[in-house]
Design a binder for this molecule. Sequence first.
Ligand code: YNC
Ligand code: MG
Length: 402
Amino acid sequence: NYKFWQTQPVPKFGESSTEVEEGPIKVYGVEAVPKEAPPLLEGFEWVTMDLTDDKQLEELFQLLYGHYVEDDEAMFRFNYSVSFLKWALLCPGWTPEWHVGIRATASRKLVAFISAIPVSLRVRKNILKASEVNFMVVHKKLRSKRLAPVLIKEITRRCNLLGVFQAIYTGGVVLPKPVSTCRYFHRAIDWVKLHEVGFSPLPPNSKPQYQVRKYALPDHTFTKGLREMESKDIDPVLSLLKRFLERSEMAPMFTRDEVEHWLLHKQDAPGEQVIWSYVVEDPTTKKITDFFSFYVLESSVINNEKHKNVRAAYLFYYATEHALVPKPSKSELSTRLNELINDALILAKKYKFDVFNALTLMDNNMFLESQKFGPGDGQLHYYLFNYRANPIAGGVDKKNNI
Ligand code: YNC
Ligand code: MG
C-alpha cells in the first residue's frame, strides 16, 4: 500500500493509461524547502560524509560490504570496492552535502547512508537538471524502522536546497511507478566457477564439459583498430556518444569532463582498475568509429567454502558510427555490435572476469542471445522523482530506434 511512496510526487499505479503531457509533478521554489534536517530517532544523528577522507570512505565501504543489496536467496551481496565508490561518488559536480550518513551518537558508528550525484538528464525533448540517487543502505539491525523514508526525504531536501527538484533512481523493488523496466542478462566466462558458487545451474541433459565448451572464448580480439581508449580520444568519443544517445528516449547529456571521468578514470593503485574503455580507430582514416566500456563490480559469495567473490563485468556505454549513417541497416548494425561485444567478452576473459552482465537497454537486444547471454531473475526498474513521463520501452519488447 506504499504508505510512504503515496505521499511523494511520483505517478501512481493505474493512473494515465493514455499518453500524458510530460513534466514536473510538483513545482515549488527553494524558499519553500526546510533549512534544517528532520529529527532522527533518539541516539542517532545526521552527518555529511567527507569521502575524500580515506577513513570515512572506508567506513562507507564497510557498511555497504556488510549490508548492501543481496539477491532474493541471500547467496550474493554487491561488494563495491573503495575505488569504485570514489569513481561513482566523486564525479564531476559532486558535492559533500549529497553524501549523507546517519551515525549512532554514542559509538559514532555509521549505520545508514544515501547519496546523490548531479546529472543532466534528457527525457525525450526535455532536459532535466536532476540528481541520481544511489547507495541507500540501512544497517541490518535497523531495518523495518521506517528509516528509508527519512533518508529519502533528507536527500530530497538537500537536492532541493541546491535547486534540484527531479531525480532518477533504480532498484530491484517495485515502487510507484517505473518509467522503464529492464532485465539483467548474464554471459558466463568461467562457467565452472559460476556453477560452483550456485549461480549457473547445469541445464538438464547437459554436462559440465559441454557448458565449458559452449562459453569458450578465443585469446585475442578480432576487430581491426581496437585499442584501449586514451585521453586523446575524449573529444571524438564524446561526439560519437552524444550522437548515439540521441537515438534513445532517455539518456544523460554528457560533458567532456564527464566522459573523461566515467570512461578514463585512473586507477588509484595497481589492481584497482574500475573501468575498461576501448575505441576502434579506423586504420586508414584514423577516425574513432566505435567504442565500448565495462566496469568491474564484484559480489561477495555469502556461504561458500571454495569461493569468496564473483568478479562481474557490467557493460557500460558504447556507441558505433554504424548506427549513425543516414539509413542504418539493422543487419549491419547488429553485425557490428556482435563484433564489438564479442571482443568485450574476450577482453573480460583476459582480465579474469567470471561473468559479463548487461541489461535489456540501448541496442543490447541485437546481441544478447547471439553472444550467449542468458536472462537472469533480476529486473531493474528505472524511476523518475517528481516528473511525469510516458513509459519508455526497455524490456525484451524494445523496439530498436532504427
Ligand atoms: C528502495 N530500494 O517501499 P512504502 S537502490 C526506494 N528504493 O515505503 P524501511 C524503498 N524505496 O512502501 P528498510 C526501497 N526499499 O511504505 C524500500 N523502500 O511506501 C521503501 N537494503 O522503509 C519501501 N539498497 O526503513 C517502504 O525499510 C519504505 O529498513 C520502508 O530500508 C530499506 O540505492 C533499505 O537494497 C533499502 O539497506 C534501505 O532494506 C534497506 O528495509 C537496505 O522500513 C539493502 O522504504 C540495500 C538496498 C537500495 C538500493 C538505491 C536507490 C534508492 C532510491 C531512493 C529513492 C530516491 C528518490 C529521489 C530522492 C531525491 C529527489 C530529488 C530531487
Ligand atoms: Mg528502517
